[in-house]
Design a protein around this ligand. Sequence first.
Ligand code: FAD
Length: 389
Amino acid sequence: MKCYALPMRTRVVVLGAGFGGLELTTILSDAFGETIDIVLIDKGDTFVFGFSKLDVMFGRQLPAAVRHPYRDIVKPGVRFLQSTVRSIDPAARRVVTNDGTFDADVLVVALGADLDPAATPGLVEGGNEFYTVAGAFALRDVLPRFERGPAIIGVTGKTFKCPPAPSEAALLLHDYLTARGRREATEISVVMPFGTPIPPSPDTSQAILAAFAERGIRFVKDSLVKALDPGRKVAVLSDGTEMPYELFLGVPVHRVPQVVVESGLAADAYGWVPVNKKTLETTFPGVYAVGDVNGVGTPKAGVFAEGAARVVAAAIIVQLRGGPSPEAYKGAGSCYVEFGHNVVGRVDVDFLSGPKPTGTFQKPSEALVAEKALFGSSRLQHWFGQPLR
Ligand SMILES: Cc1cc2nc3c(=O)[nH]c(=O)nc-3n(C[C@H](O)[C@H](O)[C@H](O)COP(=O)(O)OP(=O)(O)OC[C@H]3O[C@@H](n4cnc5c(N)ncnc54)[C@H](O)[C@@H]3O)c2cc1C
């Protein structure tokens, strides 16, 4: 942390009210109440958990049940502004939005990863994607019409959020088609850029591959889907192989939000914001990058965004109140993995403390279904003041 004096009523401007922005804002409000001035800015009006996208597309939840309106954030010291961030000047810590300009004492960029379905030729015209809220929710009406033929769950770029999600989608699609009596008439393949589903955790990968084998799901490793040819209904892989599809469920190309590239915080659309691995501070004093937008080297997942937000919050608290230096970012977190058959597994991954990433696996169980539900509802309680379910 670079030291510079903060004023009595410090203004913290938080860009993005996702996992990272919500966690950071909540901790600072709890710590300082009305004595801090936090402006939380997001272009959207609701928060949706990533995992809720799978719930909605497979008909396990209604869209309205998984949208959490930002207007419910009533926290001392916090003002939520629904507006689009148009420019960021990290040297001046100045942000221009559609609704005004904000100068910050501390600026936290938590704008996530943007999704770019148009970067994959044919995907918008001839396929579906389940990573945006709109794409996942639209699938609710598409999946019931899938009757027969090959389904591909295809990753289109090397970096993507929540690495277990494509495997989860395949296992949940299997259950969905089985329940509709359509599994015999269909085939499911997963195309992934890794050699195994979860490279840091061989046990988790083995369990997923065993579940695929049991259910007749094909795993196509070390490959990306580079294009779809909607006329011929084929997906073209990175090595030129063609795979026919009747249903294509894509993971779109991820990129750094354009406003972040233009700010100079990132070198280009695929250069995630460089940060100090221990503090998440960028090269600009008082400017942090938290969550999917940064290039700290952890997977792009909510739990990591949350962990990063806690480290930055601790640094701001120490800077304002004094005390010992906060702990460095550990890059560790737990991800729940939907295995279908109404059970959930868990992988605890640690990316930064050893020479290479490691992961330990907890077998799928009903107890972990309950733990995952509590994970979600405890965040809603903490961030939005909802009662714990
Ligand atoms: C299908 C799926 C399943 C997933 N499952 C899990 C899971 O089980 N566990 C887990 O930990 N993670 C999961 N994830 C990943 C998780 O959703 C993300 O990694 C996490 O949300 C990242 O948090 P963040 O705060 O960095 O960014 P985000 O949560 O993406 O928030 C960024 C915010 O910035 C806002 N924004 C962007 N640009 C602008 C702008 N110019 N102006 C104003 N606002 C802007 C956006 O509206 C958004 O609200 C899943 C993701 C998907 C797609």
